[in-house]
Design a protein around this ligand. Sequence first.
Ligand code: AMP
Ligand code: ZN
Length: 127
Amino acid sequence: MDGGRRENQGCWRMKDCLFCKIIRKEIPARVQYEDEQVLAFHDINPQAPTHVLIIPKKHLPTLNDLGREDRDLAGHLILKATEIAKELGHADEGYRLVANCQEAAGQAVFHIHFHVLGGRRLSWPPG
Ligand code: AMP
Ligand code: ZN
């Protein structure tokens, strides 16, 4: 049932994880928001005028690794993402909150992250 979880966790240890390094401030990032549970920072290769990534400080490789024990964390991530989108002025014009799960869906960094994209018209469906 959770074979994917174990596989990913085996490949992506916290020590090697790019986003864990950003959390530990070993790699610089333009931080938009931080608290004990989450970090939000600007994407290094923005796909829209606003492109912020919000991540849990807990290392979880993919959305598949969220468990019932992460309910509060998952809720906090989504609520914070909406607050950031509002703060950056996108509430009325609209924005997109998206998370890619696994390589075929476009996931390149195996530490859960939500993309907050705003500031331009976004097409649908995605590629
Ligand atoms: P995904 O393809 O959904 O895994 O998204 C990974 C995102 O991380 C991409 O949009 C990258 O541009 C972004 N990214 C990679 N390295 C960094 C970095 N050092 N700082 C900020 N964003 C990064
Ligand atoms: Zn990590």
